[in-house]
Design a protein around this ligand. Structure first.
Ligand code: AMP
Length: 193
């Protein structure tokens, strides 16, 4: 059994941290972050990386066709090998959601989990973590794009009865417990050895 669980939430809601914890704790689960993939590509200086780097610096989104190709290439082999993918940072637009539905087999899209944290708190968290695209202007633009492009996906999953909303505030351990319960409702979890 394998499939994709989409992890939604504003930038700074803790998706990356929490997905990494889940991947470490449970077997057969892989965290795929499109932001991390693009940052790795930028560090490697590949053509994709150079293009993405310039876009990321402004807080804008990499074009849908580029992102869909990057994700399809990464997901294909993982899904074939029966792994559960926690997809973080994709889909981010309605076009990407439609593309993901096409990439996953009929029953390969297992569900979506939303880490709910309000704008004031994520802004504070991002300023505190100080990643290089976490400037005040960059943060504001990314949050604006989230409301415009990504928030409608919450409805997209909700209408399909595929959305679980989780309170993303509190300690990382508290959030982890909630997230684990939600993910555990979608796939059987077994501790890694
Ligand atoms: P993240 O780490 O998910 O906040 O992503 C960092 C940056 O990478 C974003 O601000 C976008 O410029 C770009 N990015 C990541 N994922 C996507 C995506 N699915 N579609 C478009 N751009 C993306």
């Amino acid at each position: 059994m394998s499939g994709v669980i989409v992890v939604l939430g504003r930038q700074g809601s803790g998706k990356g941290t929490q997905c990494a914890l889940l991947q470490r704790r449970y077997g057969g689960i892989v965290h795929v972050s499109t932001g991390d993939m693009l940052r790795d590509a930028a560090a490697s200086g590949s053509p994709l990386g150079r293009r993405a780097e310039a876009i990321m610096a402004t807080g804008e989104l990499v074009p849908d066709d580029v992102m869909c190709d990057v994700v399809a290439e990464r997901l294909g082999p993982l899904l074939e090998s029966g792994i559960t993918v926690l997809l973080d940072g994709f889909p981010r637009t309605p076009a990407q959601a439609a593309s993901l539905a096409g990439m996953t087999a009929a029953d390969g899209l297992l569900g979506a989990v939303l880490l709910d944290v309000d704008v004031a708190e994520v802004s504070e968290r991002m300023l505190a973590r100080g990643r290089h695209d976490d400037t005040a202007v960059g943060i504001a633009r990314r949050l604006e794009l989230y409301e415009e492009q990504t928030a409608p996906l919450v409805d997209w999953f909700s209408e399909r009865a595929m959305l679980q909303r989780i309170d993303g505030t509190g300690t990382p351990a508290e959030v982890f417990e909630r997230l684990t319960a939600a993910v555990g409702g979608l796939v059987p979890l077994r501790l890694s050895r």
